[in-house]
Design a protein. Sequence first.
Length: 583
Amino acid sequence: MSTQSSEKLGLAFSGGGFRASFFHIGILAQMAEQGLLRSVEVISTVSGGSIIGALYYLHVKKLLESKTDEYITDQDYVDIISRIEFDFLRATEKNIRLTTFKNIFKNFYMIVSPNYSRSNRIAELYNKLLYQTVISTLNTPVEMQELKIYPPESPQYFSPKKHNAFRRAKVPTLVINATTLNSGRNWQFTAQTMGEPPNGRYNENTTKFIDVDKKPIRLRRARNGYKSMVKRQQRFPLGYAVAASASVPGLFAPLAIKGLYYDRDKKESVLPLLVDGGVFDNQGTEALLDNNCTQFVISDASGQMGIENQIDSSAISSFLRVSEILQDRARSEVLLHLIEKIRDDSKIAFMDLRKGLSIREISWINEDNKPAERDKITPPKTESFGVSPKVQEKLARMRTDLDAFTEVEAYSLMRDGYLMSAKDLKIFSTDENKKKIDAQHEWRFNKVAYWMENPTPQYLKQLDIAQLTFGKVLKVFAWLWIPIIFAIAWLMYQCWPFLMNIATSSIPVYPLAILLSLWVIDKLMFKGIRFFPFLKYPYRLIHLIRSVIRGLVFCWGGLLIMLYLLICNPIYLAYGRVSKLKK
């Protein structure tokens, strides 16, 4: 695609765990075949989109720095996606989520150390399994400041904003989005810098900068890049940026950026805590607007709020439901904001997992206690792009997790994105890229083509099981309950005398009082350190004792995880091989 100087193509990858990552690979495959990837100038990623977006960017960096612009072809981009299609699935089959618990020593270290958490551990795994092997000349781990792309024939101080207009194969800017818990703002990682971008917008009619964000503090991005930051943050790892962007609250601890800010008024350090970028903008479209994009490809595989006919009215359930509503509302508002801000001649290709599915508008009950009218039904349209409505519905409900995905699950998501985007992406076609590459590429995900159009009960069952976050192996292999029940019974038998001794004896009050007091002291000390700095020493001692106890418990948990990864994970992956499906 050869764009005019006024056009700027942006690509946004939503969050949604590995489900989103695989769906985005399908979008990339279609863009590669249509000759669009060479025109992408900005890539904005969130959560699961950041995991795959960073991997794709590294491959593009390798390509653009190894060939001059005139020798780069559309086939080069097809080759990149073909490599990613294979490598990413093999990496995720290792079950990255559970692998963070596998190393006993790491488990103990993250419990006793305040500077090392589950988010740090998964950042290391992202680097080891996905990023480090792409470009062998990069540091270990890969650093954010190393992501700058320097084409061989370009000026020494190459700038995509200044020099992309003269290139056929554009040099993209990667924006990895996270959310700052301290301020509730968007936090962006780029190859140049990191921090919170300005929150306002210029009014096109008055040319005034309108800022609705009135929070008293903003954590600015370093103007002169990483080299102007405090030394401990100059070599910030790519894996950590991705881990922050995909740090789902409650599942992973917030990722801390230490030593980068100091509040002179309050005379205390500011410790930004970063969580999943989807909390602020799960589609990543704001960064595209910030970078003045005029053409947009948005791949949305995020989890959307489900509809329930009967809602639990308890306080906790209502609170959780309200949180889902707020997140769903934020998603809609972000997309509406994008539509309002674009130019009249702008083009948008928007793909999401519920595209083409049936919608029912339910009629009310009249005075005769009967439905007043027939339900208004919008029929499904997924068959128009080669996917059965039953399959599309189940793909939209697939888990948003970071565990192992089978071939059937991964290939179905990839092919879904590939087929769904084929027609929508053609709006960007020009005379130059209407000529596709010589032949349609034989993608591995096309192995599930038959079942996506003609789903069998066996295939649909696999997609049903793919919706589960826990218990997938037990759902497939019910016989595994036998050794589990046996193990529980054996454990109960061994512990029975001890349990009976506790049940028949009285528990002194003072141990409970001591435990309760330690818990209260721990909480009060944490709050009081700000006013009484000397409290940090006894607080650290109490925290260390508590952490050691927790560490010992997690070490035993690590042994169980190792057992699962050794036995159950391979069994589940073998069950989900495409070769096992029958027509």
